[in-house]
Design a binder for this molecule. Structure first.
Ligand code: OGA
Ligand code: NI
Length: 349
């Protein structure tokens, strides 16, 4: 077979059909692989914030305090009573499962190694640059404004566009409200960069982590931070871990109906370092296929984003240069995630 070199790849879904006991060598992380420093679950209290009062001015200051504490300590929290029906969340995850169950040829029609592509099916992080492969297949697609992108999304399963589309729209509404609360919790005006957020980029990263016969040797995703402002994650099972400021990993408990909110690099920059983006990774398990949908939000692709002027003064000089999503994509198209982080290039020493 004449392969197109960098385009063709073997999905993890295909690998699991032939591998019974041992995973192929390219998925095995180096022996110094980080061990889960499992902090006893009973002592790990990760913040869960009830959003039922988000639209009630009288309760807003209490919500802002909770968001401030979570962002200040970790850059992570889960939300409940966020207004997105559990059925919508589940339908989107079911659509993801059905997509990854399609025959390889059909999925491959979306394959691309160009990280600038608005729709892209792939495996690992970037199989063109990864030294070790991660146990994950994905399809990513742009979603805002939805009318501009949805025709490029998969037509199979037949309900994919409708179900993933309804979820994408709902999560974008939630994202806008949450970003306003996060800005307020920094002492900024809730409407700071309002138009840029409305017109901002939304990338849906739809992830599939097949069951793995040797889950301790591999990872679904390496430790990383997300680029944008906020990421909202919808998951079918437990499997996400976050790293606290003391570098301990915590397994994020699965809470039915909850959504996970993570601060990204762009928010760290806007906050001038008051808040930090949260390092996270995906672990694997032997029994279940896990699906997740990360809705990655940021300002428009070419929008240069720097620290908010209100957060820069003599005591807090600007700690970051301006950067954009496009520049981030240029950076990761040549560097593998483990070779360095784009946000470190923006830090002013
Ligand atoms: C991501 C991500 C984690 C997960 O898509 O950026 O970190 O649990 N996903 O799937
Ligand atoms: Ni991530």
């Amino acid at each position: 077979m004449e392969s197109k070199g960098d385009i063709s790849f073997t999905s993890v879904m295909a690998v699991t059909q032939t591998c019974q006991q041992n995973i192929p060598q390219q998925y095995v992380l180096p022996p110094q692989r980080p061990k889960s420093t499992f902090v006893d679950q009973t002592f790990t209290i990760l913040p869960v914030i009830d959003l039922s009062m988000i639209d009630h001015p009288a309760h807003r200051s209490q919500l802002i305090d909770q968001v401030h504490a979570a962002c200040n300590q970790l850059g992570f929290f889960q939300v409940i009573n966020h207004g997105i029906p559990t059925s919508l969340m589940k339908d989107a995850l079911d659509s993801a499962e059905q997509f990854f169950d399609l025959p390889s040829d059909e999925k491959m029609s979306f394959a691309s190694t160009d990280v600038h592509n608005p729709v892209r099916y792939g495996t690992s992080m970037n199989h063109g640059t990864d030294k070790v492969f991660y146990w994950r297949d994905f399809i990513k697609h742009y979603a805002n404004p939805i009318s501009e992108w949805i025709h490029l999304w998969p037509s199979n399963p037949p309900t994919y566009k409708e179900k993933m589309g309804s979820y994408a729209k709902a999560v974008n509404v939630l994202q806008k409200k949450l970003t306003e609360v996060v800005f307020e919790s920094l002492g900024l005006n809730a409407k700071y960069l309002d138009d840029d957020i409305k017109e901002g980029s939304q990338v849906m990263a739809v992830n599939c982590y097949p069951f793995c016969p040797e889950p301790d040797l591999a990872l679904g995703m390496p430790p990383h931070t997300d680029y944008g402002t906020l990421t909202i994650l919808n998951q079918s099972h437990q499997g996400l871990e976050i790293m606290d400021r003391d570098k301990n990993w915590h397994s994020v408990p699965y809470i039915k109906g909850a959504l996970i909110v993570q601060l990204g690099d762009q928010l760290e920059v806007i906050s001038n370092g008051r808040y930090k983006s949260i390092p996270h990774r995906a672990i694997l398990n032997v029994q279940t296929k896990r699906f997740s949908i990360a809705s990655l939000h940021s300002m428009q692709l070419d929008k240069k984003v720097g620290p908010a002027p209100e957060l820069v003064d003599e005591q807090h000089p600007a700690a970051y240069k301006e950067g954009s999503f496009t520049e981030f994509l240029d950076y990761i198209s040549i560097k593998s995630l483990t070779e360095g982080k784009y946000i470190d290039m923006l830090k002013i020493p």
